[in-house]
Design a protein around this ligand. Structure first.
Ligand code: PXG
Length: 442
């Protein structure tokens, strides 16, 4: 690197990092400079096993040539075309390909660029759907405690994370929350779905009774809560949520930004758990994270309800400059090709038992108070250090990083979600590194 570029790279001040302790990070930066397969290379030349698939998104592993080539070819052919009153063939092809693999009649697809935008889009579609059907009073949303739905004003409001609101207040009114589904005393060390907790879905009946069904537009949940520490849905819970929504004409939205594309042991959580929502939000692994892109898949009935009025009228006043961006479409199509050709969803499902055993082998390791798993997702929950919530898990995260493993720390929980291409030997390596780190950290 020329001297001037080196100096610029060394000046860490200008970059305001997202969801990061900026001052702490900049005192001891951790930088990746390359990625291939399951491994990153750090700026000091070390290999680090990607135990979290980037951030729940690189499901096919890093640096897939087919995806890189598809992006390169598309960029050379046509860099951009507006999505408003114009389009390009790959957008239609991608929507059709998604419709073909999504469960049920989730066959209409709206494109955006991030999970947060997909969530905003789904919430707006829910409002528009009820309005066009003459139920304009349905303006309330129901989310869930410990839910994460991105950082838009809608997403933080329906989300159930106080920290994401306390700096900004809650600008979207009319939101209520279901209780989260985690109770350690009832489900500690459950393998897969806990047996206890289906009844928590009935809390929706209480919320409906409180506000009246005629005021509620939609319920939004992550089928498996990812960001707040891998909360696997209790057996029967999602089914009951669906039944209550049906009873009251409330739309059910599954936020599958994390769970989509093979992560939980099927193509989608809706499929894995056998519950069909009215909308699904997707992002992350849609393009294997190579280009930002998200989508909302909508059941045909919801779409059809909005195809009203004069044919020349815009049916939904919503969209983004980069909706269905050509580079993102190219990346997504190449990604779907890999998922299909390599059978990656089935591969992940096939590895899930081995993974589960590896996760639960940490039982009895220092500080471990709970272990959770579903598909190729795992969580290790630690006893917090007295008076210092999160500190112990952060130290484990650092220790793992020093020893060549990237995990995700959230509070006192470590989340694990490797690329679906991982081999058993690398699963073993992940858990050996983690076990050593747990012993090393006080
Ligand atoms: N919904 C869900 C379920 C998510 O997990 C979003 C929406 C927002 O997506 P965007 O693309 O706007 O970031 C997410 C994002 C973590 C972590 O620590 C999880 C996410 C993002 C960053 C960190 O688990 N998920």
């Amino acid at each position: 690197m020329p001297d001037s570029a080196q100096t610029a790279a060394n000046d860490l001040a200008p970059y305001w990092m997202p969801f990061t302790a900026n001052r702490q990070f900049k005192r001891a930066p951790r930088l990746f400079v390359a990625a291939e397969g399951l491994y990153y290379t750090t700026d000091d030349g070390r290999q680090v096993l990607d135990g979290i698939s980037g951030m729940w998104c690189v499901n096919a592993g890093h640096g897939r040539r087919e995806i890189v080539e598809a992006i390169r070819a598309q960029a050379g052919r046509m860099d951009y075309a507006t999505a408003f009153q114009m389009s390009h063939p790959a957008a239609f092809e991608l929507a059709a390909r998604l419709a073909a693999i999504l469960p049920g009649d989730l066959d209409r697809v709206f494109f955006a660029n991030s999970g947060s935008e997909a969530v905003d889009t789904a919430l707006k579609i829910a409002l528009a759907y009820h309005r066009v059907r003459g139920e304009a009073g349905r303006v309330r949303f129901v989310g869930r405690e410990r839910g994460y739905h991105g950082v838009g004003f809608g997403g933080v409001a329906v989300g159930g994370i106080a920290n994401n609101r306390k700096q900004f207040g809650n600008m979207l009114g009319g939101v209520d929350h279901l209780p989260h589904t985690y109770d350690r005393s009832k489900m500690v060390f459950s393998r897969g779905q806990p047996d206890w907790g289906a009844h928590l879905a009935d809390e929706l009946e209480r919320i409906v009774a409180l506000h009246d069904a005629s005021t509620i537009a939609a319920v939004i949940v992550e089928p498996m809560a990812g960001s707040t520490g891998v909360l696997v849905p209790p057996k029967g819970y999602l089914e009951r949520l669906r039944a209550v929504c049906d009873r009251h004409g409330i739309l059910l939205i599954f936020d599958e930004v994390i769970t989509g594309f093979g992560r939980v042991g099927a193509g989608f959580a809706a499929e894995r758990f056998g519950v069909l929502p009215d909308m699904i939000t997707l992002a992350k692994a849609l393009t294997n994270a190579a280009v930002p892109m998200s989508a909302v898949a909508v059941r045909t009935g919801v779409y059809d309800a909005l195809m009203q009025g004069p044919e020349g009228a815009i049916e939904l006043f919503h969209g983004y400059t980069y909706s269905a961006h050509p580079l993102a479409c190219a990346a997504a199509l190449a990604t779907l090709d890999i998922y299909r050709r390599d059978g990656l969803f089935a591969r992940a499902a096939g590895l899930a038992q081995y993974w589960e055993d590896a996760v639960h082998a940490l039982k009895g390791a220092p500080h471990v108070v709970d272990l959770r798993n579903i598909g190729l997702v795992g969580a290790v929950e630690l006893e917090p250090r007295a008076g210092a919530p999160g500190a112990r898990a952060y130290d484990v995260f650092l220790e793992c990083f020093r020893n060549g493993l990237l995990v995700r720390q959230t509070g006192d929980i470590l989340a694990l979600a490797p690329p679906l291409t991982i081999e058993k030997t690398e699963v073993d390596r992940m858990f050996e590194t983690l076990a050593k780190a747990l012993k090393a950290v006080g």
